[in-house]
Design a protein around this ligand. Structure first.
Ligand SMILES: NC(=O)c1ccc[n+]([C@@H]2O[C@H](COP(=O)([O-])OP(=O)(O)OC[C@H]3O[C@@H](n4cnc5c(N)ncnc54)[C@H](OP(=O)(O)O)[C@@H]3O)[C@@H](O)[C@H]2O)c1
Length: 293
């Protein structure tokens, strides 16, 4: 792990696998520092900053895409069989590059249910859901790849264009209450900014292979929804008890309510010294409001 990233310069070229919400935000952020950042897409498009990659349909990037690559970030979830899509299709290719750094976006779902207690990187993962077991397998695949990889465990991601505010506006929101239930969350800008901070300061900081990126204040869903309605100047509908709402929820939505944990960011924010841009949902949603109004 001693070749771990040098600070970013305009000479750096990032490949971001999975140009979705977090991947495209991250790519934009490193471009602002002068780096090249290309994002993958499953469908062809004319974006010069995009390349094609679809592991399920064997659509593999052209060799020229890999020329000069120094950093890779994968934002793609496990495939149906539970394998990591990038490693499954491109491991040999990637291993032959002179990479300074590789990042993998994982989830805090690997910790399973902690019954509302705090959980940190030091706790042994205990995935409850099948998708989280697959995720843990992908983390292991990345660690065993011997690439200079760093894994970021993320709770619920939100940001401008994808937040409670949009859910309220499109009436997709359900105001559900479950006693003692909390969720952790992170603003997409903090994912990008924290990762950039770690790369930029790698020479000064201890190396940690697994890092949670979460805000300071896990809290109930209803608290966030209430604040969203307040920001939009709308009245919040009456809350529904989880037990009553359950039957109308999709299996995946139900599964989120089966896990109750507070994700600690002490490693990132205390030990490694990262300062959150949005330390709680209030600040984060206020930022999201700029986009919606
Ligand atoms: N959303 C959350 O709250 C949350 C919380 C914790 C962790 N995570 C994880 O963190 C990562 C980033 O999250 P996100 O919400 O920013 O993701 P996202 O917007 O859903 O983007 C995921 C990207 O992966 C691509 N992709 C999926 N399967 C693929 C395959 N087999 N081959 C090639 N590309 C594929 C998608 O392509 P298309 O655009 O074509 O679909 C999309 O660009 C993901 O791994 C996600 O599971 C998400």
């Amino acid at each position: 792990m001693n070749n771990f990233a040098s600070p970013l310069t305009i000479k750096n070229k990032f490949l971001v696998f999975g140009g979705g919400f977090s991947g495209s935000y991250f790519a934009k952020s490193v471009r602002k520092l002068g780096c090249i950042a290309l994002t993958s897409s499953r469908s062809k498009n004319n974006d010069p900053n995009s390349f094609i990659f679809d592991s399920e349909n064997s659509l593999i990037p052209a060799d020229s895409i890999f020329t000069g690559v120094t950093h890779i970030l994968s934002c793609i979830p496990p495939d149906k069989s539970g394998k990591d899509p990038v490693l499954k299709s491109l491991k040999n290719k990637i291993k032959n590059l002179s990479l300074q750094w590789v990042g993998y976006l994982s989830t805090t779902g690997v910790y399973g249910n902690t019954y509302g207690n705090w959980v940190s990187e030091q706790n042994k993962p205990n995935p409850l859901q099948e998708r989280s077991q697959k995720r843990l397998n992908c983390e292991k695949e990345w660690i065993n790849s011997n690439l200079p990889v760093q894994i970021f465990r993320l709770p619920g991601i939100y940001g401008p264009g994808r937040s409670t505010l949009e859910a309220i506006k499109t009436k997709k929101i359900k105001v559900i209450h479950k006693d003692q239930q909390v969720f952790s969350r992170v603003h997409v800008a903090d994912i990008a900014n924290a990762i950039i901070y770690l790369i930029q300061n790698k020479n000064k900081l201890d190396f940690h292979q697994i890092i949670n990126i979460a805000d300071d204040e896990p809290c109930s869903q209803i608290e966030v929804i209430k604040y969203g309605y307040q920001l939009l100047g709308l009245n919040m509908p009456k809350k529904i008890l989880f037990e009553d709402a359950r039957k109308d929820l999709s299996p995946i939505a139900q599964s989120f309510w089966l896990e109750n944990r507070r994700v600690s960011n002490k490693l990132l924010c205390q030990k490694l010294g990262y300062k959150l841009l949005y330390k709680n949902y209030q600040l984060g949603l206020e930022n999201c409001l700029i986009k919606i109004t």
